[in-house]
Design a protein around this ligand. Sequence first.
Ligand SMILES: [Zn+2]
Length: 474
Amino acid sequence: MFDLVIRGARLGLAEGWSEGDIGVTDGRITAIDHSLHGKVEIDGAGRWLLPGGIDAHCHLDQPDWGGARCHDDHESGGRAAILGGTTAIISFAMAPSGQTMCEGLARSLARAEGRCPVDYGFHAVATPQTGPLAEQVPVLVGAGVSSVKAFMTYEGFAMDDGRLLDLMQTCRAHGATVLVHAENDAILRWMRRRLAERECDHFGPHLLIHAEAAERDAVARMGVLAEVTGARVVIVHVTGRAGLEELARAQARGVAILGETCPQYVVFDGSVLAGPSEQALRALFAPPPRAPGTAEALWQALAGGGLALWSSDHSPCPLEDRFADGAPRHFAHAVAGVPGLETRLPILFSEGLVAGRLSLARYLELSASAAADIYGIGAKGCIAPGQDADLVLWNPETHWQVRGTEEQSKTRYSAFEGMWLTGRPETVILRGHVLMRDGALLSGPPRGCFLHRRPTDPGHFRTPLEETTPWTAS
Ligand SMILES: [Zn+2]
């Protein structure tokens, strides 16, 4: 007798679609078979059973950032995750100003503990102010934080190439992966200065400040720095063709560089920012979406593996907080970022899997298993015996419209407002605990546990330059 049995659903397994029952014991999948019986049984007839999603890029409960407050914590963000069919998240243990990465992690761990309804992990964030790397990176990896994010732009956050090389070399030595926000800082600052004085009543200039050329340079440069250090790098939120081209170029040289994109880059193009300001404000994120037609290239890279990760970059800034108190309603002063935890997976399901842009195998990777593999999350990300019973029953026929005011994020809006989607998570299970049943969140204590992530497998790293240059060998 199993603790829980899900009967008769269409099963999305790594080897393909299947039919049958799933038996769960002590929070793990222990059988995939027919005619199973459990203490609790859920009828899955007419439903698709897929792994709980893993969103490896979301911002929750961060200290204030450039005048912006992070409106979701692990409670509200975790609820949004559940509604969106996601059962594990990785957010950022951003250190408050003046604190180290380790202090930032201690803060985030203490604040999330016992409050998050889904499993949660953290990426560390390295800035020029977060203290020495050599001492901290091994401590972070030992604490289950085997990834460190860095920014190539933004005042107070930007790391120059020298610091990036130090970070990458240290991360490689201790089994950590480096995440990078890749934009050329000088181009952004130069362009912002040129445009700041200009009269403009729309957000079009946001496209110029974060020009695609700035992303091209930064992605290409990260490819070179990864080649020199042998580190493994994830370029977060790749927006379009320039980033894809530079990623592919570095990958072709054997550099350990991976790309992530987000729903907002396939749903929008840059024209949204020059349009009516209400919709532009809803779709204000950085870097911005690109030229019309870009979505096709991103979907191709998602389908073919050129992009490895599909994340939300959930950045909970309410519309009324787009401008700090007293700041002019001008593009140069707006705070960017959109919520997305609740819509990340439904958009992938509807526009990727149902629309036929993605195979089942690629959907499974992008929804969960790629994040589990890349970031060292154990026993999650697919439906197989021995895996955590993180499961989502989808109704593939539900045709519904995104409504921000109905979402769990405290921002109370969605960038994707009004978008029609096919298929919706109905029942969500975390390690055998039913968190949502037939579309309704169930009450009960928060079940989320900290994800103590494995170090990056040494096989993922490349040989650093100094070990392949023969005349320097001792
Ligand atoms: Zn982000």
